[in-house]
Design a protein around this ligand. Structure first.
Ligand SMILES: [Zn+2]
Ligand SMILES: [Zn+2]
Length: 182
């Protein structure tokens, strides 16, 4: 399957969510590209620096190996996430990671449409193959994909919140088989 071209998406998000401020004379102020096959640690990133090509020495890079097999919405949500970073850096000129500007813009984008949701952490810890199981926390209901079932594993977040970081049976993960959607 060929990679989705990112530039048209960038332009439409720029109009829809950023009041067009991420372009100048209709050209992007940040380069947007797919990574090579090696970027596997993160779904995408934004960076600026003297050695980065592009008009303002800034670029958004999306991970080809992590995103190419995911639905388009994962690509859209990752691109939007990185566009928020570019907007904070190049337009607001503020130094901020996931700070108040980030949260505000993310919330506005998530309210403005329901095709995809932007999150602070890219919410797809994408395994190399499709997951076989959903691990569901019996306490908070959070689900995450697992390749294999781990006996006695508990929800880390709930153990931290409710049991001072100690393993507790009330936070055990229950496994559900992943049903492949067409
Ligand atoms: Zn980020
Ligand atoms: Zn939990």
């Amino acid at each position: 399957m060929p990679l989705v071209p990112l530039l048209p998406l960038f332009h439409s998000f720029n109009r829809e969510f950023f009041e067009g401020v991420l372009t100048m004379e209709s050209k992007p102020i940040v380069a947007v590209r797919w990574s090579d096959g090696r970027l596997r640690k993160t779904a995408g990133f934004y960076r600026r620096g003297p050695r980065i090509s592009g008009r303002f020495g800034a670029e958004i890079v999306l991970s080809r190996p992590l995103l190419e097999h995911l639905p388009q919405t994962a690509i859209e949500s990752t691109l939007c996430h990185e566009m928020i970073h570019a907007w904070i850096d190049l337009v607001l000129k503020v130094q901020e990671g996931h700070g108040p500007h980030f949260y505000e813009r993310m919330a506005a984008i998530n309210i403005a449409q329901n095709r995809f949701q932007v999150s602070v952490r890219h919410k797809f810890p994408v395994p190399q193959a499709l997951p076989k199981w959903w691990a569901v926390c019996s306490r908070c209901g959070a689900r995450s994909p697992y390749m294999r079932r781990l006996k006695g594993a508990a929800c880390r977040k709930c153990c931290e919140i409710h049991h001072g970081g100690n393993w507790h049976a009330s936070c055990l993960l229950v496994y559900e088989s992943v049903v492949k959607e067409e």
